[in-house]
Design a protein. Sequence first.
Length: 167
Amino acid sequence: MTISKHDVNAYYQKAGIVLTDDEVEDIQIMDYGLGKLQETGLQLFIYVNTDRYCSKELVLFPRQTCPEHRHPPVSGEKGKQETFRCRWGKVYLYVEGEKTEHPSVLPPEEDKEYYTVWHEIVLEPGGQYTIPPDTKHWFQAGEEGAVITEMSSTSTDDHDIFTDPRI
C-alpha cells in the first residue's frame, strides 16, 4: 500500500488540524531509504524552520516507527531540542535512561539490532515530552496511528545520526 499526502492530511483532520491545499502539497513522506514505509517511516509538514526555532506536525500510521536517531551538536550549537505533544492517537517514545522492563511495543523485527534505547514514555492526546539535544530516541504509533506536534530549536535533519548505518 502506498501512502499519499491525502492519506496524511486525513490524519491531520482527525486531530482537528487544518492545512491549506498548498500546505498539503508540501507534506513530506519519508521512508529513510529503507523501502518499507508502512513499518519504518514518518510523514510531516513543516510550518516554520528558522535559525531560532522550528514547528512541525508529524503523522505516524498504525504501528509505524520513526527509527532511532539523535540530533548532534552542529556549528557550535548544542543540537536540536524538541518537544513532542500528542494531538491524536497514542505514541510510544523511547529515550535514553532506565530500561523499561516490558516495553509496550517493539521495533520491526528485522531491524531490532539498531534500537538501543528502551526508556518508555507513553504519550496520549495532550501529553508531551521534551527530548534534550543529542539524545538517542525512537518512537512508534499505537494501533490507530498518531498525530504529534513537534516544537524545537532549529531543525537540521541532514545532520541527524541514525543508529542504523543503512540510513
